[in-house]
Design a protein around this ligand. Sequence first.
Ligand code: GLV
Ligand code: MN
Ligand code: MN
Length: 408
Amino acid sequence: MPGTSRTTAGATVSSLLDAIEPLGRDGATGGYRRPVFSAAELELREWFIAEAERRGLGVDVDRNGVIWAWWGAPMDGALVTGSHLDSVPGGGAFDGPLGVASALTAIDRMRERGVTPSRSLAVVVFPEEEGSRFGVACLGSRLLTGLLDPDRARNLTDRDGTTLAEAYAAAGMDPAHLGADPAALARIGQFVELHVEQGRGLIDLGKPVAIGSSILGHGRWKIVVSGQGNHAGTTLMVDRADPVVAAADIVGAISELARQIDDARATVGRFEPVPGGTNVIASRVDLWIDVRHPDDTVTRSLVQTIAREAAVRAERHGCTAELLEESWSPTVGFDPALGRRLADLVPGAPVLRSGAGHDAGILAASVPSAMLFVRNPSGISHSPEEYVERADADDSADVLADVLAGLL
Ligand code: GLV
Ligand code: MN
Ligand code: MN
């Protein structure tokens, strides 16, 4: 019920984050491994549901596994906020969970202030935002909005060969129901996602919070480099078609090509020789590239150049290279009118574009969407060194409460 206050006094964003701090954390590196529907991520989803229910929010899980926690009855045109709880391998504590914890705490703050909403507000948790398990980033929001074909989604596999369909079923959801959900989408009148900043923008500006303007277009491609598997001791160097050597050459070329284009970024973060043995010349290398640029035509053209250069470099080593697209998100600008409302509600906040992808960017194609970014003193993300000061984390709930109360 709007306005109903439950026993959440004393909850702060940092205390909520403290409660989940051990989940999926690698004690040796301090990095998080919370792939979607892993034991750690499922526990986080349960934690979120318990925190929502503690606040008297009504919880439902839609056909794509997005969790919705309602302040007020579910309705079309609601104000929606939230983020994700999955992580990249070796990620930080804040990428995703900060937005979820801030959303819950913002409801506490609004209730303490006596805000009586004129429409319902929902906090959502999207599954597989990072695409770190099944390869497609923002998988939950892509399914919901119809941007991802459910048959393709069901057949995606993780590194162990588990299909997405199997992972949904193991998590207690029927994968037959995956796909575009116009009824769920209609419930989103406006979407606001609060997120840790993943670069240095706010440190350089000396400000705690920014408003997002846009998200850089980005995509993921797999390059398969094929050669001849053989014996490390009996195969002379001149007789080899070693795909690891070809792939190393290709990685160097990718970096060289991206450096020649202003504002382009190209990353090889995953590189897998097959079968992978110290005394085995691999028969194949699978590597994945992430390419980004504000101008989608530049991104596309860079990827084509990479494909051509990969083929040339592979041939030099007696190998072949094939490039396959796994996901693509065009550059997206957030809703200008909503952005102006946020600028009024967070006076003095600078406006920053995001080099990182977010579910808000996927939703922006369908509903007015906006983002808030919270200062990260390390300027580092997708790493254990990602950081948010406790005071900034706690203040983020007040900023989000100001924004949500202003929009309600
Ligand atoms: C997600 O954080 C991404 O930008 O890949
Ligand atoms: Mn994120
Ligand atoms: Mn991320």
